[in-house]
Design a protein around this ligand. Structure first.
Ligand SMILES: [Fe+2]
Length: 162
């Protein structure tokens, strides 16, 4: 699958999890959904930072957009770290999840509207498919390892792009 198609698919999956979280009524359901959201976002951010962004990092416009993207990832990771320390019963939990969702929606919008079209101009379809396959493999491996646990250790500064 093309790397951009894979990332779009993952964006939709996370969006669906946020929607389920908003509808969930029991604390145990909410905790389970938050764990899924955090694991999915953590693994997604890792495959972008380790594989997709470094490959996409060419030309002034993309470099500028990607530097902003890793700063947005950093903010997302800081909010996830806060949430990992809270109980779902905390009266601020839902408000913080809402902030996380807003950050993710904004970031996804910039990726899909600005970054992906530029990347598709620079990278051939064959290479995008090979990259997507490599990213999918890394994601499938990571998602089995509770990747949210790595997030608090990644809140110091934005990921390096090259
Ligand atoms: Fe991203």
């Amino acid at each position: 699958m093309e790397a951009t198609t894979l990332l779009r698919k993952q964006h939709q999956e996370v969006n669906a999890l946020f929607k389920q979280f908003e509808k969930a009524d029991s604390a145990s359901q909410r905790r389970k959904l938050f764990v899924q959201i955090a694991d999915n976002l953590a693994a997604h951010a890792t495959i972008e930072e380790k594989l997709f962004y470094p490959r996409a990092y060419e030309g002034e416009k993309l470099q500028h957009l990607l530097r902003e993207a890793v700063e947005e990832h950093l903010v997302v990771k800081r909010v996830i770290s806060d949430l990992l320390e809270m109980e779902v019963e905390d009266e601020q939990f839902d408000a913080k999840i809402k902030v996380l969702k807003d950050l993710v929606v904004h970031h996804v919008g910039e990726e899909q509207d600005d970054i992906f079209p530029q990347v598709k101009k620079n990278i051939s379809r064959a290479e995008l498919i090979a990259l997507g396959d490599e990213m999918e493999q890394m994601f499938d491996q990571l998602i089995t390892t509770e990747p949210r646990q790595n997030v608090p250790g990644e809140t110091g500064r934005a990921a390096l792009l090259h």
